[in-house]
Design a protein around this ligand. Structure first.
Ligand code: PHE
Length: 474
């Protein structure tokens, strides 16, 4: 362990930063909408089971690897495998994945910031125009917003672990909670709010099929920031005295709670806007919900509270989503940053400059792939459709590689690093872990059915996404 390696100042700082990573755009809109469409309470129940029985062990494994190695993911695979070349591929992917997902997430965060700025300028009516989003993403102003977001993210990251990431999380996470609770309290007072809550909570098990189950697991995996090297990197900044088992549970609970509470904000708003909404017809995509559908709903509040009132609610909403996005973005850029610092020996500033250049270039290309530049918009064709540059980053890294990275973590900790070492690491800071049911469950699940499930998801995704064939009917 390097003596001068930076650490979080407390366990709370670590938990807030990791929860800040986990709580993102996916929690606030994607989760509630997919829960409502896919069986309401039945989806919530299945999701909670997946978080507890599949995601939590993977999360603990990632954290254990990071804390034991006190290194970035590439360095962690290398040092824990005793320099075994076979595993450098997994380490490389664990750094490349966050780098690419940072690009995809940056594009969306920039749009959120643009909408936030426009609500602050009093332009909610413009945002609510259904054609606006299509025009907005193809205007040059997005590059201006991009510069501002890049500056914010880099200002946080240049501060390092304690003064940057931890301080930002300690401010942004409580603020996010307050904004969320405030919005929920307001939305629940609207007419027909309860109809939305009912759709969200009342279980309908008939909707459960293999594809809903797959969707729920993928959502949980992404939402908890698994497979991205983030938790490994953040856990490398905590001390041996800290309790990983308790920390992982706290992060999983916070993330799921925020996702659940977000449903109490989004669904009542949708149903008070249109009590006859058919949930099945709601868009699956968080992007169209946030940028097209919700602005319309937010503007409609003006009949109740006036244009200024509606603009304030809209501002609070976009601020909430922006805070959630920034803490996630910071966490994902920290992974390649840590890797550059540790593997290439550069300073934090230089690492951030290199990454700003590299991610900046790719983000600009992705931003131009929505119609601005033709060859980027129709970059390649697979799975029976033309795909833009943005689609590729999304399909390859978000959809396909994440479960593969999770699979590698499971195989690595149980078969290469070995269960005894994993147990030993997880017991440090958590005396009750050794010999517990939890220990037996974690060791068993990570070496058996979790990797099998992740492998099935990976193979099925490759088949459906890239070859347009569904292997297992989901
Ligand atoms: N957990 C985040 C979300 O729900 C996902 C994410 C984390 C994305 C970190 C990028 C970086 O949106």
């Amino acid at each position: 362990m390097s003596a001068n390696r930076e650490h979080f100042s407390s366990k709370l700082g670590f938990i807030l930063a990791a929860a800040g990573s986990a709580v993102g755009i996916g929690n606030l809109v994607g989760f509630p909408v997919s829960a409502t469409k896919n069986g309401g309470g039945a989806f919530l129940l299945v999701y909670a089971l997946f978080v507890a029985f599949i995601c939590l062990p993977v999360m603990m494994a990632e954290m254990a690897m990071g804390r034991k190695a006190q290194k970035d993911p590439y360095g962690a695979y290398k040092s824990l495998s005793g320099n075994d070349k076979k595993w450098s591929f997994a380490g490389g992917l664990a750094v490349l994945t966050p780098f690419m997902i940072a690009v995809f997430y940056m594009v969306i965060t920039v749009w959120i910031f643009g909408y936030l700025a426009q609500t602050a300028l009093g332009n909610l009516d413009m945002l609510a125009n259904p054609d606006h989003f299509g025009q907005f993403i193809n205007q040059n102003t997005v590059f201006g917003y991009m510069v501002v977001v890049a500056i914010i993210v880099n200002l946080i990251l240049v501060g390092g672990v304690k003064e940057g990431i931890e301080k930002a999380a300690k401010f942004l996470m409580p603020a996010l909670f307050v904004l969320l609770i405030g919005l929920v309290a307001y939305v629940l007072t609207l007419d027909n709010a309860m109809a939305g809550v009912e759709y969200y909570i009342v279980p309908d098990f008939s909707k459960m099929d293999a594809s809903v189950l797959n969707g729920a697991l993928s959502q949980a995996f992404f939402s908890l920031s698994l497979g991205m090297g983030i938790l490994m990197t953040y856990a490398s900044y905590i001390s041996k005295k800290d309790d990983i088992v308790g920390g992982a549970k706290m992060v999983a609970i916070t993330d799921s709670l925020v996702a659940f509470i977000a449903g109490l904000m989004v669904l009542p708003a949708i149903f008070s806007f249109n009590p006859a909404t058919n949930p099945e017809e709601l868009s699956d995509s968080s992007v169209s919900m946030i940028f097209v559908y919700l602005p319309k709903i937010l503007l409609a509040l003006q009949t109740d509270i006036g244009y200024t009132g509606a603009s304030i609610v809209a501002f609070v909403f976009f601020l909430l989503v922006f805070f959630a996005a920034i803490t996630s973005l910071v966490s994902i850029v920290e992974v390649p940053t840590a890797a550059l610092i540790e593997e290439k020996g550069v300073s934090r500033k230089v690492a951030l400059l290199i990454l700003a250049g590299a991610t900046g270039l790719l983000t600009v290309l992705c931003t131009m792939s929505f119609g601005m530049v033709d060859w980027l918009t129709k970059f390649v064709s697979y799975g029976g459709a033309d795909k833009s540059m943005f689609d590729i980053v999304y399909d390859v890294f978000y959809d396909t590689i994440l479960p593969l990275n999770g699979l590698m973590v499971c195989l690595f900790v149980t078969y290469r690093w070995k269960k005894a070492k994993l147990s030993e690491e997880l017991s440090q800071g958590c005396d009750s872990y050794s010999g517990s049911f939890m220990e037996k469950y974690v060791n068993f699940s990570l070496s058996t059915f979790i990797p099998v499930i992740l492998l099935l998801i990976f193979v099925n995704t490759v088949a459906t996404k890239f070859f347009a064939v569904s292997l297992f009917g989901f």
